[in-house]
Design a protein around this ligand. Structure first.
Ligand SMILES: Nc1nc2[nH]cnc2c(=O)[nH]1
Ligand SMILES: [Zn+2]
Length: 486
């Protein structure tokens, strides 16, 4: 069996508030699974691993039978391995609208910008073009797992499944079920039966197309106002039927105050928004609820008791003026929380943008009266972007960390060091994006994170979180496979 040894610095979350930073690590991966992790002492030098493979293995105390099937990858200076980022909520179909939201809020935004674009993706060529660009950008930004919404059209949804399989990202693909009279006639399911049949067909399509389980279907009632009672019930039944297979469900909840009011009017028999989903058996440990900003304490208690996960989408919440989620409260109450980009409510496919916005929004929440403890730290934001997301998507223990037995869904993060030079010529080149990789080869990567060499790893992480972009993501692996390299 071929093995790859990754040698150098790795970093991952141990708990919500603590990161493990291993400067000299050796991680062995085979068949896409982490087989061993060694933490070497300060005196270990990466140059030890430039020994011939058999000598290197012997030095580490391994047998050297299969040295020829051995690959050694040295992590360059100022670079580190980190678990792939997890986007728990993204609409691939809305990707072309990034940044286009004007001053609208949710309900106007849906009708003005979102439904027309989504409806236009019944054109398969257009759908493929949009989905490929979205998924590629997402991968380049270091997202190894994403929970996607496609459109109402089953055909267009299946194109997203094909694209994910082709490009190698781990993901969930949801067809938006939306049959309510409130939906425009030109963008809705014909009937509850059609909504249910098309949902089943898309989940089945994923199962057929990707037997590895890397890409899976997900039950997706768009949100309560866009679904009839029959559709909510039918989808609740499909979700129960899929329990053995670990089938997930995703929807939106309590994003915007007008939306909450609308739900009250549409479902007067229910005591709350969360109750609407609960009576239709849609609140389960396999349910991902996006936003959850304006929930009451009773609703929080209900979603906690049903063990639902929440996708916190602060970039979107700021763009659409939806409000500020009190994340600390949900965490204190024991609700699972991950991060979502919510493209194109959110204007960036980068989960790191959601992570930094989570930090900033939490400072606004603290200042607004919830107190100092409400602030989200760098460590916590990075936990939400990895381990938190994995838990929300039912992948805890599989992805989101660097542990023996976990899948190699990993990113290589790096920045360049500002050179020490007399006339500033080298520094000038660096500003222009000329980067020398560890083979001495010149490539244009760059980025706007400048390391000076005196930072601690904690400081480097903070600099990456707040100023990093796709240029700092230098390689991306999913299931051990290199899916993006720059
Ligand atoms: N942010 C967001 N909220 C929604 N609620 C219902 N549909 C949507 C959507 O597409 N985006
Ligand atoms: Zn959304």
């Amino acid at each position: 069996m071929s093995k790859t040894y990754y040698i150098g610095t790795f970093i991952h979350s141990l708990t919500l508030t603590t990161l493990e930073i291993v400067e000299h690590g050796i991680i062995c991966v085979s068949n896409g699974i982490i087989r061993s992790i060694q933490r070497m002492g300060e005196d270990y030098s990466e140059s030890d691993s430039t020994l011939p493979p058999s000598a290197f293995l012997q030095k580490l105390g391994h047998d050297n039978n299969n040295a020829q099937q051995l690959t050694i990858r040295i992590i360059p200076k100022n670079h580190f391995l980190f678990p792939g980022l997890i986007d728990t909520h993204i609409h691939a179909s809305q990707y072309p609208n990034l940044g286009i939201f004007g001053k609208t809020t949710l309900l106007e935004w849906l009708n003005k910008y979102t439904f027309p674009l989504e409806a236009s993706l019944t054109d398969p060529a257009k759908a493929k073009r949009v989905y490929r660009q979205c998924v590629q950008r997402s991968l380049r930004n270091g997202t190894t797992t994403a929970a996607y919404y496609a459109t109402q059209s089953a055909r267009s949804t299946n194109i997203l499944t094909d694209v994910l399989i082709d490009l190698g990202q781990r993901g969930f693909v949801g067809r938006c079920a939306m049959d309510s009279d409130l939906q425009p006639k030109w963008y809705r399911d014909e009937s509850p039966k059609a909504a249910k049949d098309d949902t089943s067909a898309c989940v089945g399509y994923c199962k057929e197309a990707d037997q590895s389980g890397r890409v899976r279907g997900i039950i997706t009632p768009r949100f309560a106002p866009s679904c009839s009672r029959d559709t909510l019930s039918n989808l609740g039944r499909l979700l129960a039927d899929g329990e053995q297979d670990g089938l997930l469900c995703q929807t939106h909840i309590s994003e915007n105050k007008n939306e909450v009011e609308l739900v009250k009017q549409l479902f007067p028999e229910c005591s709350s928004y969360a109750h609407v989903y609960d009576v239709h058996n849609l609140l389960t440990p396999r349910t991902v609820l996006a936003h959850a900003i304006h929930l009451t304490e009773d609703e929080i208690a209900l979603i906690k008791s049903r063990e639902c996960g929440v996708s916190h989408c602060p970039t979107s919440n700021m763009a659409l003026g939806s409000g500020s989620l009190w994340v600390r409260h949900l965490l204190d109450e024991g609700v699972k929380v991950g991060l979502g980009t919510d493209v194109s409510g959110g204007y960036d496919v980068n989960v790191l943008e959601a992570a930094r916005m989570a930090c900033l929004v939490s400072r606004g929440v603290a200042e607004g009266g919830k107190g100092e403890r409400s602030k989200i730290s760098v460590e916590e934001a990075l936990w939400l972007a990895t381990r938190g997301g994995a838990e929300v998507l039912g992948l805890g223990g599989k992805v989101g960390g660097l542990e023996v037995g976990m899948v190699w869904d990993v990113i290589l993060v790096g920045a360049d060091e500002v050179p020490v030079d007399q006339d500033g010529e080298e520094a000038e080149k660096m500003l222009n994006g000329v980067h020398h990789d560890h083979d001495g080869k010149q490539t244009k990567i760059g980025g706007k994170v400048d390391f000076f060499g005196w930072e601690t790893w904690e400081e480097k992480l903070a600099k990456w979180l707040f100023s990093g972009d796709d240029r700092n993501i230098r390689a991306v692996w999913v299931g051990g496979e290199l899916v993006c390299r720059k």
